[in-house]
Design a binder for this molecule. Structure first.
Ligand SMILES: [Cu+2]
Length: 92
């Protein structure tokens, strides 16, 4: 088992949190998923032999939100600024 912290974009309320948690929890290999609305982060405990970040990202994306990798400092990886994930809201 491995624990990863993901950045989650597009959440605005507790229902969003549940949607994201559900999307992550139902993935095969996820043991536990906890989403924090205030910090916009998800902590996922999972079996790294069964899935990887890309699978989680796809599941979150399917639910209508965005997931992005965080580095050790909690910063998004590959984004050119700190607010990049917040842009997509209700337009899909
Ligand atoms: Cu919501």
């Amino acid at each position: 088992m491995k624990t990863i912290t993901l950045g989650i974009g597009g959440m605005s309320c507790a229902a969003c949190v549940r949607h994201v948690e559900k999307a992550l929890s139902k993935l095969d290999g996820v043991d536990n998923a906890f989403v924090n609305l205030a910090t916009e982060k998800a902590t996922v405990r999972y079996d790294e032999a069964k899935l990887d970040f890309a699978a989680m990202q796809a599941a979150v994306d399917d639910a209508g939100y965005e997931a992005f990798e965080l580095d050790a400092m909690g910063q998004s990886v590959g984004a050119d600024n700190d607010s990049a994930p917040a842009k997509k809201k209700m337009n899909s």
